[in-house]
Design a protein. Sequence first.
Length: 192
Amino acid sequence: MVFLKGLTFILFNLLLGFLIINSIRAILFFPRHKIYVFNKKVPGTPGLLYRKKEWLINKLHTSLHDYISSCQTRNGRTLVSRWENRVFDSAWEKFSFIDDIRLLPRKLRNKLHYIFALFFYEIARQFLRSFVPYLLEKYHADKYIVLLDHKLDMEIITGYYNRYINRYLMYFFLFLGFVIGLINMVWFFIIG
């Protein structure tokens, strides 16, 4: 009878390991759709990966739209303007050796320093504001986002998770639960 009591430690820890892995899988993949109770959405629905897929697609659409709109404005606080200013600052740092040329007058050194930094600024400006939007429009980047939404099938991801991750996590946690239960059982026998 005492041995059966000690065996319950192993069974309890195996059950705990099994529940941990299945809880992780449930949080990631279940339920697949939003659930409403009394016209209020239940928190945590749909599963985490389904929500993150929706978040990713929305983020890609928003980022593409924000980039295109920031390319068309001349506001100095847009992301594209900040990138252009970083290029100017980087070029200004790289061409700081011009200030060390003592053969040229100070005014000419400042002018050359500014012209070289401005040259790279204008290249970055044309690239970011003209060429990149042209490529996005020519290759229909928005259609690729829609295609990604359709191709990012959660059933395939669920299958891969079950086949390659869940199985090995289950083995690991069951082994860990068995070892912890065995240690608890031996400790129970030593104390009892």
